[in-house]
Design a protein around this ligand. Structure first.
Ligand code: AQP
Length: 350
């Protein structure tokens, strides 16, 4: 079975973008894959070092995974800091990756802002840790939102450079596998990961500005639907969502140049598990005064059971803590094996 890995940062309330771009796909992938889903707490301290309630945030992401339908027994759910091999492999990857690669990352440029010299070294090295998260299990498939595409390309570059730089050692240690890079057959150690970025809403945009992604760190709470919002808040935010004065087009081409309309149709399609074209067949020619209440009802129908279950799970944290502990042990057993081989390839004495 293909091995799927993905992670979510415990840095604030989860929103609809995180749900549609990531968690919902995590759930769907469980059927035909072996899945490892991680609360990436080491990543959470890259942009902001001190958090009020990091433990609470970690539990809350884990609860969102479980409440959305992830099975922590058949698959693995854990928090990153419980498995030290993530940080160990990230160190090796810090020595494989080049500073220039990191400087080109748009997320780093956005988050570091103008005062780049003052950003943490961890923020610059973030993609190296992300590559380690995936490759410490030699996972091959990574469901993410569109904003993470560049980081996954970097993970492929890191894997490829490692495979090429260490190709003789990989052969002599007998740890590699045959693979094809481009057209060329090589004997490499790390697979080249495949991003899974598809569906009608790979990048959910802000409700206040259709050109900006929906984000936890947007100062306006009206810009996003949080997983824990109640029905009234969801309805209010959708009612107030920015739109243009025209109604909905009947064909998908009619959404071009209308980012806010495109976003709302994409959200509807993703929530209903339909295509955007299909949604426009139903709502084409209608005004937003008709479409928005239908979208709000659908969002409440999908999100209300998840937030109710999250609240129940978070009432007594012992259950979530036990899931994370068990997941951490199972993840560590796998990561230890890979890390031992990496140590042999690099040539550390153990
Ligand atoms: N707007 C989005 N649309 C689709 N997918 C999204 N993701 C995030 N925002 C959107 C996906 O959610 C997963 C987990 O994200 P994360 O918490 O690890 O990191 P993030 O991208 O930094 O989340 P935010 O909300 O956007 O936080 P800030 O405000 O800090 O930038 C990832 O798969 C991501 O693609």
């Amino acid at each position: 079975k293909p091995l799927v890995f993905s992670g979510v940062q415990p840095t604030g309330n989860l929103h609809l973008g995180n749900y549609l771009g990531a968690i919902r796909k995590f759930v769907a992938l469980q059927e035909n894959n072996d899945c490892i889903y991680c609360v990436v707490d080491l990543h959470a301290i890259t942009a902001q070092l001190v958090h009020d309630d990091l433990r609470g945030q970690i539990r809350s992401i884990a609860a969102a995974f479980i409440a959305s339908g992830i099975d922590p027994v058949k698959h693995i759910v854990f928090n990153q800091s419980a498995v030290p091999q993530h940080a160990e492999l990230a160190w090796v990857f810090n020595c494989v990756a080049r500073i220039g690669w990191m400087n080109r990352m748009t997320q780093f440029k956005d988050k570091a802002g103008k005062d780049r010299e003052n950003a943490s070294l961890g923020l610059l090295a973030y993609p190296s840790l992300m590559a380690a998260d995936i490759l410490v299990y030699r996972a091959t498939h990574v469901p993410v939102g569109d904003d993470q595409k560049q980081h996954l390309e970097l993970a492929r570059d890191i894997a490829q450079k490692f495979n090429i730089d260490f190709q003789d050692k990989i052969r002599t240690t007998g740890t590699g596998v045959d693979m094809v890079v481009g057209e060329e057959p090589i004997h490499g150690y790390f697979p080249l990961v495949e991003p899974l970025i598809d569906g009608p809403a790979p990048r959910v945009m802000s409700l206040r500005d259709g050109t900006k992604k929906m984000s936890k760190s947007d100062p306006s709470d009206l810009s996003r639907i949080n997983l824990m919002d109640d029905a009234d808040e969801i309805a209010k935010k959708i009612r107030k969502a920015k739109t243009d004065p025209e109604g909905l087009p009947s064909e998908i081409e009619g959404l071009a140049g209308r980012p806010e309309a495109d976003n709302l149709v994409g959200i509807y399609a993703a929530l209903a598990d339909r295509t955007k074209a299909d949604v426009l067949k139903e709502y084409g020619g209608q005004q937003f005064s008709v479409f928005k209440p239908a979208l709000a009802d659908l969002a409440v129908e999908v999100l209300a059971p998840i937030s109710a279950e999250m609240r129940r799970l978070l009432d007594d944290t012992s259950h979530i803590d036990a899931i994370l502990r068990d997941g951490g042990e199972r993840a560590a057993a796998r990561a230890q094996k890979v890390m031992g081989e990496v140590f042999d390839i690099v040539g550390f004495l153990r």
